[in-house]
Design a protein around this ligand. Sequence first.
Ligand code: SF4
Length: 393
Amino acid sequence: MKTLSRRQFLVDGTCLAASCAAAAALGPFTACVSGAWAQEDVSGTVFKGDGPKQLWKWSREGSAYRSLGGGQVVCLICPNHCALSPGDRSICRSKVNVDGRLYSLAYGNPCAVHIDPIEKKPLYHFAPRSKSFSLATAGCNFRCLNCQNWEISQAKPHEVQHRDLFPVEAAAAAKQAGCHSIAYTYSEPVTFYEYMLDTAQAARETGLRNVLISNGYINRGPLTDLCRVLDAANINLKAYSDAIYRKLNGGRLEPVLSTLKTLHDHGVHLEITNLVVPTYVDDEELVRRMCAWILRELGPDHPLHFLRFHPQYKLDRLPPTPVSTLVRFREMALAEGIRYVYVGNVPNHEGNHTYCHNCRKLLINRTGYFIREVHLNGNRCETCGTAVPGVWA
Ligand code: SF4
């Protein structure tokens, strides 16, 4: 009899439950016989023939695509490089080929519009206490088993409730609400790239900042164009492992690392998030290698957030991340040399606070998304005068 480790038991059990649920939805003749619970790659595929017959008022021609001949086009926004024949819909569900041209259906029709504290993104070293006007349309280029916004990320733009909000209107609404920035967030902004870029330009013209909260799965060309109007980003580095990216998220590691380097090279304020999903990502060796890469390629100053996983979507049978794991990873990252490391999704934990990397005195005391104390003089520690990386004005 084969003995399973706790890790393998949880992975197999969870995937078995998910695939049985999917099979049940398909009908009685698709029983769990495929071994799908051992799926090594959950990447999405193009939806053949699923595009609308006609465009709608929220349709805009794609900003980066190429014709392949015979009416086929390839989207150049993200590494999925969807090749679409006329009538097809993309992996992210928001791009379609109509008569040999690529169109985005996610333009000016956000399904989520909220005003959030910037700390919620999380961005801890960027304009603390400011408000961010937060936008999302439906769609995502990943298929994360643990997605917390799957109702909108795994939906087509017409399937969700949305409202009209074109770029200039979004910038005006953000300004009127007293926001400091517009955040492109919640689902996956890469999939509403055209809307994000135009809105970011309109925001800049009204004196607002722009922040990107993303999986970082975007090609260098479109990202470089976006960097011209981008002030800050939090990129979710889901795992320092290509194999885990394939089986947990349906993506690849290397393009995300490339995004981190591009943002760093362009001087965009950058923070990194790592959601610690039990049995997938809670591996000390992965954390050590991730920290070594960050230090080598980006240096010690980009804040790193270890977030607690809560059971949801297809991983609703996994337990939440033990807080002790997050604390251990934070201590490891600090010991490796990353200067600002946080524990997230654990309210009122001391790992939410900012401590000076030089004298270790408390700089910012946070309770949830709220700031109780700040001990900075401009960008310097009040106690020892050390400059603290970030945008503090
Ligand atoms: S942005 Fe969407 S359409 Fe374009 S390559 Fe990525 S998944 Fe495909």
